[in-house]
Design a protein around this ligand. Structure first.
Ligand code: ZN
Length: 159
């Protein structure tokens, strides 16, 4: 039985995605994490566990990623992990929003002030709408993780 084809990747953007797929960054488990989140997409067996560690100023100092599944989720998780370092929670909100808008083609007119940098390479996935979910899964994990982190934090402060 032939496997369903992965997204065909070539050109400059494709090369970058493949490179991150083959050599994923920040892969591993953090001994201590302030934020942890897991998401699963049964469509192609994509799974991600995302961990973040913040310093006292609330800046991301460490990222831990465990991902499995197709090339797109693994490359996205790797590219995302690099983009998150040195960012604060509100920067991550903006980054996730800008990425989502870009993947759905809502980035016309440079409304966003967020520079996606190497993450822009993932715009090739827009040609394969069914795979956009693969590229968004790590961001869903991030957004859900942020929600959880914020609610547990505000709880601690009010108590
Ligand atoms: Zn996938």
């Amino acid at each position: 039985m032939p496997q369903s084809p992965d997204v065909p990747l070539d050109g400059l953007y494709g090369d970058l995605i493949l490179e991150h797929f083959r050599s994923p960054r920040n892969r591993g488990i953090l001994a201590e994490a302030d934020l942890e989140s897991e998401e699963f997409n049964p469509f192609c067996g994509d799974r991600i566990i995302l961990q973040l560690k913040f310093d006292d100023a609330g800046t991301v100092v460490e990222v831990g990623v465990r991902s499995e599944g197709c090339s797109i989720i693994q490359a996205t998780a790797s590219l995302m992990s690099e983009a998150m370092k040195g960012q604060k929670l509100e920067d991550l909100d903006a980054l996730a929003l800008a990425f989502r808008d870009t993947m759905y083609g809502r980035d016309e007119g440079e409304k966003s002030s967020v520079d996606l940098g190497p993450l822009k390479s993932l715009t090739v996935v827009r040609q394969f709408p069914v795979r956009i979910k693969c590229a968004l899964l790590p961001w869903v994990a991030l957004e859900e993780g942020i929600k959880k982190y914020r609610s547990s934090n505000s709880h601690a402060q009010s108590g």
